[in-house]
Ligand binder design. Structure first.
Ligand code: TYM
Length: 333
């Protein structure tokens, strides 16, 4: 059976190396397999769970679509669209919220992190956001969802919601229970300044991440300034325990070079971080710069990007609209 792949990325600006290595690079591999039907969504409804600038949001939607294409997603094979263009996502989200227990949502750690200390001031949207994510996935009968490690809990919730819906409405197998596709290794890229924190677009320090729009000089500078420790690089993985920054840089090097951590440790074991940093900056520049240049080129052609998104939305609408119709019937509307 062919796989149906669905994933989403928020258009909140500053797409970074974590998004690329944790998600987008895998989207491209899945897109390259002709057996798969791939659907990649710019999740703009998710983005407004925190305040957005109206003009920046529009630009970020186009830039996210441009990043997908610049990274190698082929729009003649895969559907690329933005969520707010397909009504079924919000509608499905409402129906699923009416059967998902609050207790399940209360367990979501990402809400706790994002809402911070002042939970009362966080939007309701931020709280129920994982249900919108479940709706995104379930409307397409997605069989596989490629994401970074931080989305694991949301995918578990999606699976639980699908099973509960099928049980509550006695419609076995109507909502397909999707499999997460999370790489065993390198699926959580950490901040360059603090190996205990995830690389994130909301980190106030730009030095903590490599943005996909960074110039070669910026990449070199950020890698040069990345935090390390004072021991040499080991030649065995076990010796990386309690050395989060070393683990992160070696992981990034392995992932971007498509090689195992063991191979990287063989290359650099016994050397100091300067050697690793020089080569890491070089390989990152070589791999990221062509993407950066293509993103710049594509974002100058708004008409082209808008057409891709519109065509994608009409294809997505066909699939999701049909599922919503069936869902309404099952519910009793
Ligand atoms: P978002 O926009 O925060 O991130 C997009 C993708 O990038 C991955 N990612 C990372 N991977 C490794 N290391 C990191 N430091 C890192 N930071 C981000 C994320 O895991 C994600 O795969 N809720 C989702 C978007 C979403 C979605 C969906 C995903 C909405 N609906 C349906 C899959 C299916 C999010 O906020 O991702």
């Amino acid at each position: 059976m062919s796989k149906i792949i669905f994933s989403g990325v928020q258009p909140t600006g500053n797409l970074h190396l974590g998004n690329y290595l944790g998600a987008i690079k895998n989207f491209v591999e899945l897109n390259d397999d002709n057996e798969n039907q791939c659907i990649f969504c710019v999740v703009d409804l998710h983005a407004i769970t925190v305040k957005q600038d109206k003009h920046e949001l529009k630009n970020n939607i186009r830039e996210t679509a441009a990043t997908f294409i610049a990274s190698g997603i082929d729009t003649s094979k895969s559907i690329i669209f933005n969520q707010s263009e397909v009504h079924a996502h919000a509608e499905g989200s409402w129906m699923l919220s009416c059967m998902a227990p609050m207790g399940w949502l209360n367990r979501m750690t990402q809400f706790k992190e994002k809402a911070g200390k002042d939970k009362e001031k966080a939007s309701v949207g931020l709280y129920i956001y994982p249900i919108l994510m479940a709706s995104d996935i379930l409307l397409y009968d997605a069989t596989h969802v490629p994401v970074g490690e931080d989305q694991k809990q949301h995918l578990e919730l999606t699976r639980d919601i699908a099973q509960k819906f099928n049980k509550d409405f006695n419609c076995e197998d109507f909502l397909k229970v999707p499999e997460p596709l999370i790489k065993k290794k390198f699926s959580r890229i950490m901040s360059l300044k603090d190996g205990s924190k995830k690389m994130s677009k909301s980190d106030p320090s730009d030095l903590s991440r490599i943005n996909l729009t960074d110039s070669k000089d910026e990449i070199v500078n950020k890698i040069k300034k990345a935090k390390t420790d004072s021991y040499p690089i080991p030649n065995e993985e076990i010796k990386l325990k309690d050395r989060p920054e070393a683990q992160n840089l070696l992981g990034i090097y392995s992932s971007i070079s498509n090689q195992t951590l063991d191979k990287t440790l063989n290359e650099f074991g016994g050397k100091n971080f300067l050697d690793l940093k020089v080569q890491l900056a070089e390989i990152l520049s070589n791999k990221i710069s062509p993407i950066t240049n293509e993103i710049k080129k594509l974002t100058n052609d708004k008409k082209y990007l808008d057409k891709i998104l519109l065509d994608g939305a009409s294809k997505a609408e066909e699939i999701a609209g049909q599922k919503i119709k069936e869902m309404k019937k099952i519910i009793g509307f």
